[in-house]
Design a protein around this ligand. Structure first.
Ligand code: KG4
Ligand code: ZN
Length: 376
């Protein structure tokens, strides 16, 4: 087919979103160590999308042996998994790739080698099947995990139930990021503040490694923290009283590190089970306090109607309980939204959903990965 005809067809496909009553979007996510694909269905006027199919292959167990992610290892694994993962997600949905209306792919932020696997695969699919591509920001994706209605509790439950109202505050809290944003509407996001050094998840992961807990540290620390004494160590809460919405976790990490060294010095370079549990309990409590305090301060200041959490750390149940308790203590009467646990950590359903609500398709030739992408 001559190039100009292909371009005309592509433009028609890209422009035609407004005419859809419902849209089927394939999401692809490969920004870190996961290789994920998902298919969502979004209806015209619906406040949430339906998750039709969701697949994730993780190289986590490989990274567990090294205590962290080795970018080249992650990307090599993703090259192996990407086609089988996409095949599986389409097969599970009982759809054909021809039925899909668009492809959404994470273009950043993330590891360049990993991002390229998803981006180049999406480009190839878009070219071969003549589909529009929606380049999607991973961080915005984490927020949009809240707009997925994946588990209706009853058959009659409407998609609109538990509607997220704007303006909303969103806390994105993951292994690479800790950011607070104000969402005035779909596509209208204002960054309020973020971490000046380590992300909250990074603090969990680094202390987890020092305590010789399994990688990633977050879930392992949560487990141990449940058995520990939250009052044994007095850890600092950096920037908690600052006038902005910035965070800092590196001083807290160093303070926890010093406590661990002191404990080891006292006991022949060894930590007891109780020591580990108490360090975990104090670290988790302190991180949670900081996250909650700053988020609620922003929620109050901007008089928001919803509070949204997203990112791996939002899978933490103590964080959820802490938020629920403090929202009540602060008498805020603002509903709290946290994605289903499996959608808190990296997945492709959130990418397809973000693309649905912020639909801006580009021709495949214009798609590029951007490892430094941030909130606009
Ligand atoms: O969102 P995510 O899967 O990947 C990034 O975009 O970074 O987040 C991974 C992070 C890791 O730091 C991990 O330790 C943390 O989320 N995490 C948790 C929990 N589950 C995952 N942190 C605290 N408690 C958890 N239950
Ligand atoms: Zn993530």
């Amino acid at each position: 087919m001559p190039v100009f005809r292909k371009n005309i067809i592509l433009k028609l496909v890209i422009l035609s979103k407004q005419t859809f009553n419902s849209m089927l979007i394939l999401g692809i996510e490969t920004s870190c160590d996961e290789t994920a694909a998902a298919i969502i269905e979004g209806g015209k006027g619906n406040k949430k999308v339906k998750l039709l199919s969701n697949t994730i292959a993780s190289s986590l167990s490989l990274h567990a042996t090294t205590g962290g992610i080795i970018p080249e290892v992650a990307a090599r694994e993703q090259v192996k998994y990407i086609i089988p993962v996409i095949e599986k997600v389409i097969e599970n949905s009982k759809l054909k790739i021809e039925n899909l209306d668009a492809i959404a792919v994470t273009i950043g932020p993330g590891l360049i080698g990993s991002l390229l696997v998803g981006v180049e695969t999406a480009k190839t699919l878009a070219y071969v099947f003549n589909k529009p591509i929606v380049p999607t920001n991973h961080l915005i994706g984490h927020i949009y995990a809240n707009f997925i209605n994946s588990e209706p509790r009853t058959k009659n439950q409407e998609l609109e139930e538990n509607e997220i109202l704007f303006p909303a505050i969103a806390l994105v809290v993951s292994g690479g990021h800790t950011d607070l944003v104000l969402i005035k509407n779909h596509g209208n996001i204002k960054w309020l503040g973020g971490t000046r050094d380590d992300a909250a998840g990074e603090a969990f992961d680094k202390i987890g490694r020092l305590l010789e807990l399994p990688y990633p540290g977050g879930p392992a620390i949560e487990k141990m923290a449940g058995l520990g004494n939250t009052n044994r160590f007095n850890l600092p809460e950096p920037l908690i009283d600052s006038d902005d919405f910035d965070f800092s976790f590196s001083g807290l990490k160093t303070a926890a590190f010093r406590e661990i060294l002191k404990l080891k010095e006292k006991n022949n370079d060894k930590l007891t089970e109780v020591d580990i549990q108490d360090v975990c309990a104090c670290l988790q409590k302190t991180i949670i306090n900081i996250l909650i305090y700053k988020t609620l301060k922003a929620a109050k200041k901007y008089k928001v109607k919803s509070i949204l959490l997203g990112g791996g750390v939002s899978a933490n149940q103590a964080l959820k309980k802490g938020f629920e308790l403090e929202i009540e203590n602060w008498k805020l009467k603002i509903p709290l939204f946290i994605p289903e646990k499996r959608l808190c950590t990296d997945n492709a359903a959130m990418i397809a959903t973000a693309a649905f609500f912020n639909y801006k398709a580009v021709p495949w030739q214009k798609l590029t990965a951007n490892p430094e992408l941030y909130f606009d």
